[in-house]
Design a protein around this ligand. Structure first.
Ligand code: TRP
Length: 451
């Protein structure tokens, strides 16, 4: 259909399972590993988990289905797919997606660089006892820049390899390994002395929290970030899809897998935290739980700690890598499809630009946090809102026909359209309203006015 200048056919997935694994790989990342368990414990434990599941069901799965449908229908990057299907007024939304990808990857890679360093040192020399000092040394400055560059080089290398031989191959190898390590860690954590106490803290329902607007906002932001929604990443992935599968079913599989991994990460984190008396530290710093508390737990485990710590950070590194490649792919495919440039050159050029944009995040945690609040939270929800308007009001007939290829049930498609038209937009508008104050604060931090 669409072809590159030398008129070789556009790349595509080798198999449907490869596509699903790559989409799960995009969704499962730093977002679920740590942020989910941390936010869940802050906002009412099991009640938060239920609220989160509800949002995934009524907004997450319908929007993911929408992204899949648009991508498979258009067979081209969102910057071209949106105007192709809905008219030229939608072009800016496509470029907003690219902007979001540039910024999110720029700081995501900094955090992923920390996990690489932790994994490396856990394997080679073992993580030091003073985890606060260690984190402060790893998080910012020259070492952080160095590991950020290293992580970007690997990400660029995979994306330069293309869809089938780069992204799909990486997901097919890394995702199963990541999943087995995580399951092993959850079993190990079950046998720790503090596991019951950890589960109780994690899963203790506090139903009042479900009605707290702040917690609803957190849950929505978390759902978007974790499911890789709101910046066309899944439109991009689905644009390399052939075939007649049921995209609603596949979106459900991806969302449930993402939730399962997030839930399991909590089953690893909280037993460790309670066994080694690290409760005070979880709430203390945003990023502290993962990079300060857990290594302190590993250090207290004795001989086993070296092994467990290494397994944990290697698992995290794999999860981050299969996400970062999807972020870079949004940017690369936009430029390849718009200007007919060669993938390898674009991957290297754009990857280098993103690496440079990430340097301030590697120098200041405040900057990193503000970039996440502005783009990783607010802009994704805004992107999701416009995606719902686009699919629900601008191209609904075409999208419905495309979805019908794999989902003949008219009542199911009606339910999907109802969610996209009437449920997602008002809820997302409400969440955007709740996010105005924190987002404004983030902008002030980014331009250096305060924090
Ligand atoms: N979902 C990933 C995580 O949880 C991050 C991510 C990858 C992402 N691609 C994305 C977030 C696209 C938003 C949009 O870590």
């Amino acid at each position: 259909m669409h072809s590159t200048p030398d008129s070789s056919p556009r790349d595509s997935w080798g198999s449907q399972a490869g596509f699903i694994l790559a989409a799960v790989g995009s969704a499962v990342g730093l977002g679920n590993m740590w942020r989910f368990s941390y936010v869940a414990s802050q906002g009412g434990g099991a009640a938060f988990v239920l609220l989160y599941l509800g949002l995934v069901a009524v907004i997450g799965i319908p929007l993911m289905t929408s992204e899949f449908v648009v991508g498979r229908l258009a067979q081209v990057s969102p910057v071209k797919a949106l105007p192709l299907l809905g008219g030229r007024k939608w072009t800016p939304l496509g470029w907003m997606f690219v902007f979001a990808g540039l910024i999110i990857l720029s700081y995501y890679s900094v955090i992923a660089g920390w996990t690489m360093r932790y994994a490396w040192e856990a394997v080679s020399s073992g993580l030091p006892k003073d985890t606060v000092a260690y984190f402060n040394d790893a998080a910012t400055g020259l070492p952080a820049i160095g590991w950020h560059v290293a992580f970007m080089v690997i990400t660029i290398f995979i994306v330069a390899g293309g869809i089938r031989r780069g992204i799909e191959r990486a997901a097919v190898i890394l995702m199963p390994v990541m999943f087995v390590i995580l399951a092993g860690l959850a079993v190990y954590a079950f046998f720790l002395t503090g596991s019951r106490e950890g589960y109780a803290f994690y899963l203790n329902p506090n139903l009042g929290a479900v009605f707290d607007p702040q917690i609803i906002g957190n849950a929505a932001g978390q759902a978007f970030f974790s499911l890789s929604l709101g910046m066309g990443a899944l439109i991009t992935f689905a644009s390399y899809l052939k075939g007649r599968n049921n995209l609603a079913k596949e979106a459900t599989i991806v969302a449930l897998a993402d939730f399962g991994v997030a839930f399991m990460a909590g089953l690893v984190v909280f037993p460790i935290v309670f066994t080694f008396g690290l409760q005070d530290q979880i709430g203390a710093s945003g990023l502290g739980a993962l990079f300060v508390s857990l290594p302190a737990g590993f250090a207290s485990m004795g001989a086993a700690g070296k092994f467990v710590g290494a397994a944990f950070f290697i698992m995290l590194f794999f999860a981050a890598l299969t996400s970062s490649i999807s972020l870079l792919e949004v940017v690369v495919s936009a430029i390849v499809d718009s200007f007919g440039a060669a993938r390898r050159a674009v991957a290297i050029t754009m990857g280098t630009i993103i690496t440079i944009i990430g340097v301030p995040s590697a120098l200041s945690l405040d900057f990193l946090g503000a970039a996440d609040a502005l783009v990783g939270n607010f802009l994704l929800i805004l992107g999701g809102f416009f995606t719902a308007i686009f699919v629900g009001y601008s191209v609904l007939d075409k999208a419905d026909a495309e979805l019908a290829i794999g989902l003949p049930s008219e009542s199911m498609r009606k339910a999907w359209a109802f969610m996209v038209r009437y449920v997602a937009p008002p809820i997302l508008l409400g969440v955007l309203y709740l996010l105005i104050a924190p987002t404004w604060q983030a902008i002030r931090t980014l331009v250096g006015l305060g924090n």
